[in-house]
Ligand binder design. Sequence first.
Ligand code: MRU
Length: 364
Amino acid sequence: MNIKGQHYRTIWEKNERTIQIIDQRALPHQLVIEDLNSYQAAAIAIKEMHVRGAPLIGATAAYGMYLACLEAMEDNFDIFIKKAKTTLEATRPTAVNLFYGINAVFEAISKGISKKEKTQLALKAARQVTEESVLQCEAIGQHGLEIIKEISAKKNGERVNILTHCNAGWLACIDYGTATAPMYAAHDAGIDIHIWVDETRPRNQGARITAFEFQEHGIPHTVIVDNLGGHLMQHGLVDLVIVGSDRTTRTGDVANKIGTYLKALAAFDNQVPFYAALPETTFDWSISDGLKEIPIEERGSDEVKYIQGWNGNSIEKVLLTPKESPALNYGFDVTPAKYITGLITEKGVCEANEASIKEMYFSE
Ligand code: MRU
């Protein structure tokens, strides 16, 4: 997608030793490009959320494994790679894409004989993880577009109001986004849409990043506090909710940014269709009970206690709470499948239940 008219992806190869990313901590106020030259730098970028969003976490981890191969040349290659794998795996626990990206490259490496061949295979696999995400998001956009088209037709072309939470946009992926891909597709197809953007405390990915994306693409949007969604739904001001997913069970439970569950409850109570848009890489096929089996990340309390913004000259962080007040910061919650109208995937739209998901992915 574009920033100031120039096309960007969120991660790319500067040269064969350097991977570049957009440091999302500075958005929307500054566009900071960061070089990653080691797997340790990739691990820090994921853990400290220079990059974030499930598909981008996976791609960064995949490139991190490739960088580890370059660093391992002078070392015991296999031991070094295993250490890099363990470090990358320990960065963030919830988005299953992290493990998908790491394993895709690790398996590719294991097929090589020489260090050089292993490194080449690692690069090829990291590129594959990245390109695959772009294609998946584009396809999600086309399938989700049909849902928006239908609502628009029912409203005789009147504006369709869509609510989204956090940032499941192109900045959370490589391009297009998951939840936002149908919105970009609908806007580009000339459908009149408007997006309610949840600010998404504590790190404000909605207010900072989703709003930035829509502003750059010219999509009408309004930033709202996280608690407004229910009220808007009660008053008929939301036609559709689309969110992303960090981990999806084979039964259709979805873990996404903290607060997603409350939006699903409000949507359910007000008969507002609630969709999760997600690629195959967010499925954890080994689990069936999201509440019991999805590991939920707990982050530092300072993210709740402090708030960051632009003071006119620079980005500043200020204390919000009494200095000594404790704060609790779970990053994700699980929305049980029963509250989800459907899953928008790269294969099409299915119901959030095991049979429907199975049919979508595993039938000929
Ligand atoms: O903590 P984050 O910013 O990595 O969380 C991101 C989200 O929860 C997104 O909604 C999610 O990754 C969905 S997919 C693009």
